[in-house]
Write a protein that binds this ligand. Sequence first.
Ligand SMILES: O=C(O)c1ccccc1NCC(=O)[C@H](O)[C@H](O)COP(=O)(O)O
Length: 234
Amino acid sequence: MTAPAGPSSTSSPAIKICGLNRPDMIRTAIEAGATHLGFVHFAPSPRHVDHADLARLADGLPRGGPAKVLLTVDADWPVLDAAVDALGPDLLQLHGHETPERIDAVRSRYRLPVIKAAGIADAADIAALKPLAATADLLLLDARPPRDATRPGGLGQAFDWRLLSGAEFAAAIGQTPWWLAGGLTPATVADAITRTRPQGVDVSSGVESAPGVKDPAAIRAFVSAARAAFDLKT
Ligand SMILES: O=C(O)c1ccccc1NCC(=O)[C@H](O)[C@H](O)COP(=O)(O)O
C-alpha cells in the first residue's frame, strides 16, 4: 500500500507525539518540529479526547502543519465515524486487535492511510506481523502490553529491539514502512533510531510528567534528539 505525499505521507522520517490533549502542548510539539500529532480516542485512557474536544483541538490547528493521527482501539463504525468527523484526521492508527480485513475496511470507508499498531515481546510476535504488514500502510511496533494492562499502549514500556535485526523481521515486514514506539524518551530516542533504523518514532509517556500530562521541555528534547538522529534540518 503506498500512501500519497503530503500530511498523510508514510515515506519520510516521522516524529509523532501521541496523546496530545491540550492546545498549548500541541503548539509546543508543532514548534519543536514534530511531524505527526496523535490524539487518543479511547475512554479508559488518561489521554482520551472526546468528540467535542477533538473538534475544538482540530479547529485550532494551523493549515499545512503536522499530520493529525486519530488513535482508536477496536472501535466500531459509529465511534469511528464520529471521531473521524470531529478531528478530520490525516491518518488512522488502529491500536487494538484489528484484523487485516478490518484494516482494509477502515481504509476503504475513510480513504485514509491506516497505521496498525502491533505489540512485540518475542519471535512469535515478529512472525505475526506478516499479514498486518501486507495490509496496513504502516506498522507501529510497540511493546506487547501485560495481560492485566488496562490499555494496549501508552504504557512507557520498551521491548527488545534486537528482535528487529534478524532475517525473520525483514521477511515479515517486507517493504512496509514501520515506526518504533514503546518506552522511548528524550534520552533513548537517538540510540533507538541509530540501532533499529525505523522510518519514524512515536512517544507518549516519555514526554509526560504524569499520565496524560505532557511536559513541554521533554517534548522539545525528544523532537530535537529525534530530528538530529534522522538528520532532519532544524
Ligand atoms: O496512550 C494511551 O493511553 C493509549 C491507549 C490505548 C492505546 C494506545 C495508547 N497509546 C499509544 C501511544 O501513545 C503510542 O502510540 C505508543 O504506545 C507509545 O507509548 P509510550 O510507550 O507511552 O511512549
